[in-house]
Design a binder for this molecule. Structure first.
Ligand code: NAD
Length: 297
């Protein structure tokens, strides 16, 4: 039986670890939060006393941590996972992190004789719970082949995007599209309101015409047309604005580092920053429509 060390049992990592346990893997879990550890235990995860203690028994180490600094500290700190990991083990980092941290994690793993992939996800807490996540994977062919059956227990689509870091690159680019498109859809509803157009009429047209996109059809920023969208529950997340802002800032750091021109990505980061700083950080990112109504009115 494959033994997996799962580090970071938060909103996403908790249900992902439980799905691995349901798929008959032995899962040793660790999180600084006792509450997160308890919840995962109820789902069949064995709590470990530390990340290092879990890693020393593991064939595969999965990390699901907030950001790059947490990842590098967990891997390489005094009690770091890589200090106790077995040579030949596989590291799968599912966190969304900046490109430099993603590449540094691959380098650290290689120095310790581990194979590694970056495998950030799309699909949110719902996808993590239902094991329907999309994984964007970066790494060498042999590492990705080893990771695939583990990822299949947590998701339904696995895309090998290229070499080390390519999964994070895909995630950053995808979420820049998402941030920009949510602003575009919200602006269209605000303009439609001014023009006397009902929300439903604009939705019925745009959702079957060339304005169609995920921000409109899955996360529609006005209540009514898509009953499951956060707009119907006063913008409770969903996908919090703070996380969208984090991802847009990652896109802008990557754009600066690579010399890419992303004027709409930059403007989207500014608009989401203003919304977050004005009290919207914990709201779903589709709540940006309320900010746009206020900004314009
Ligand atoms: P979260 O804050 O709920 O969970 C992170 C967990 O990591 C926390 O429980 C924290 O205690 C733990 N942690 C931090 N450092 C640790 C360490 N050294 N050892 C053990 N545990 C440690 O965050 P989340 O919502 O689960 O997101 C995790 C990652 O997934 C982030 O990078 C996020 O951007 C990404 N993501 C989130 C969503 C979403 O909808 N929430 C969707 C896609 C991707």
């Amino acid at each position: 039986m494959t033994t997996i060390a799962f580090i970071g049992l938060g909103n996403m990592g908790g249900p992902m670890a439980v799905n691995l346990a349901k798929a008959d893997k032995r899962v040793l879990g660790f999180d600084f939060s006792a509450a997160a550890l308890d919840k995962a235990r109820e789902g069949g995860v064995e709590p470990a006393p530390s990340g290092a203690a879990a890693a020393e028994q593991a064939d595969v180490i999965v990390t699901m941590l907030p950001a790059g600094k947490h990842l590098l500290a967990a891997l390489d700190g005094d009690d770091g996972l890589l200090r106790s990991a077995r040579k030949g083990a596989l590291l799968i980092d599912c966190s969304t992190v900046d490109m430099d941290s993603a590449r540094a994690a691959h380098d650290l793993a290689a120095k310790r004789g581990l194979k590694s992939v970056d495998a950030p996800v799309s699909g949110g807490v719902g996808g993590a719970t239902a094991a329907t996540l999309t994984f964007m994977v970066g790494g060498a062919d042999d590492a990705v082949a080893l990771a695939r059956p583990i990822l299949e227990a947590m998701g339904k689509k696995i895309v090998h995007c290229g070499g080390p870091g390519a999964g994070q690159a895909a995630k950053i680019c995808n979420n820049m599209i998402l941030g920009v498109s949510m602003i575009a859809v919200s602006e269209a509803f605000v303009l439609g309101e001014k023009l006397g157009l009902s929300h439903q009429a604009l939705f019925d047209v745009a959702s079957t015409a060339s304005g169609q996109c995920w921000s409109l059809t899955s996360y529609c920023p006005v209540p009514g047309p898509v009953p499951a969208s956060p707009a119907n529950r006063d913008y409770a997340p969903g996908f919090a604005t703070a996380l969208m802002l984090k991802d847009l800032n990652l896109s802008q750091a990557a754009a600066q580092g690579s010399g890419a021109s992303t004027p709409l990505g930059r403007r989207a980061a500014e608009i989401f920053a203003a919304f977050a700083n004005g009290g919207g950080a914990e709201k779903d990112f589709s709540g940006i429509i309320e900010f746009l109504r206020g900004a314009e009115g």
